[in-house]
Design a protein around this ligand. Structure first.
Ligand code: 0WD
Length: 257
């Protein structure tokens, strides 16, 4: 139930060693999984490969470019993965983007273009990659996406990204409904705030972290490793009865009113 040996997982969204996707990669690697990394553009290729080579012992990882705004790129990536490994057992979708100017002030000022960009990259991409990954999950599978409290409640400055996360959460449930008959599960992890490249774009991020230290039941922020271990649970057979669920890995902050 615990080992992921003999299994292959696609990890989308490692930008650097602070990325939540990287915490997931390490947990799955430690459990014996083979990993496939995708990155948004050539710009990230060397840094992702160097990070994997220098940090993961005895890995036989594969690497592919995949810009999730491009349907052809998604098709090409999953066709290449199918040709190279055949079957995959899961996919971690750790991708989001909104223009920085949308992540401060009032939500009402969201531009049409900013709204569409955030939804395109942060929400629609899950549906597009789930569809492309399905034919490779012939032994069943587990798809995990990363969401945030800002999709359930109003979080200051999160604005259009919160609305995109609400769309992501709903997409996750509809996909869980579609894919359950193929024994493919789809779940989300709602992570507490973690200082990453993406988090830098959110206005007053320090204030958000401080509030966690003061008010979250565990009185501390969560780490990439903690999110990684929950992803490991969701990828493993331990969670075989769980689908369409949002698991909060947030020091309990979401229960506080
Ligand atoms: O506090 C936080 N950091 C939280 C993050 C709290 C709760 C949730 N999350 C979510 C984010 O919204 C996102 O969905 O976790 C996910 C991962 O975010 P992260 O680890 O905080 O951020 P970062 O390290 O910047 O990774 C974001 C990835 C990058 O990776 P790659 O190597 O693939 O480029 O999203 C990528 C971004 O470049 N990305 C894209 N990937 C493919 N196609 C695209 C794109 N068009 N745009 C952005």
């Amino acid at each position: 139930k615990f080992s992921l040996e003999g299994r292959t997982y696609v990890i989308m969204g490692v930008a650097n060693k602070r990325s939540i996707a990287w915490g997931i990669a390490r947990s799955l690697h430690d459990a014996g999984a083979r990993l496939i990394f995708t990155y948004a553009s050539e710009r990230f290729e060397k840094s992702v490969k160097d990070l994997v080579d220098s940090s993961l012992e005895e890995h036989n990882s594969l690497f592919y470019e995949c810009d999730v705004t491009n349907d052809d790129a998604i098709d090409q990536t999953f066709t290449a993965i199918k040709n190279d490994v055949g079957v995959i057992h899961g996919l971690a979708h750790c991708i989001a983007f909104a223009n920085k100017e949308e992540l401060k002030g009032e939500y009402m000022n969201a531009s049409r273009e900013g709204f569409l960009t955030a939804h395109n990259i942060s929400a629609y991409s899950l549906t597009a990659v789930a569809k492309a990954a399905k034919p490779l999950m012939t032994d069943g599978g587990s798809i995990v996406t990363l969401t945030y409290l800002g999709g359930e409640k109003v979080v200051e400055n999160y604005n259009v990204m919160g609305v995109a996360k609400a769309s992501l959460d709903a997409s996750m449930r509809y996909l869980a409904s579609d894919l359950g008959k193929y024994n493919i599960r789809v779940n989300a992890i709602s992570a507490g705030p973690i200082r990453t490249l993406s988090a830098k774009g959110v206005g007053d991020f320090n204030k958000i972290l401080k509030e966690i230290e003061e008010r979250a039941p565990l009185r501390r922020p969560v780490t990439q490793e903690e999110v990684g271990d929950t992803a490991y649970y969701l990828m493993s057979d331990l969670s075989r009865g769980v689908t369409g669920e949002i698991i909060h890995v947030d020091s309990g902050f979401s229960i506080i009113g």
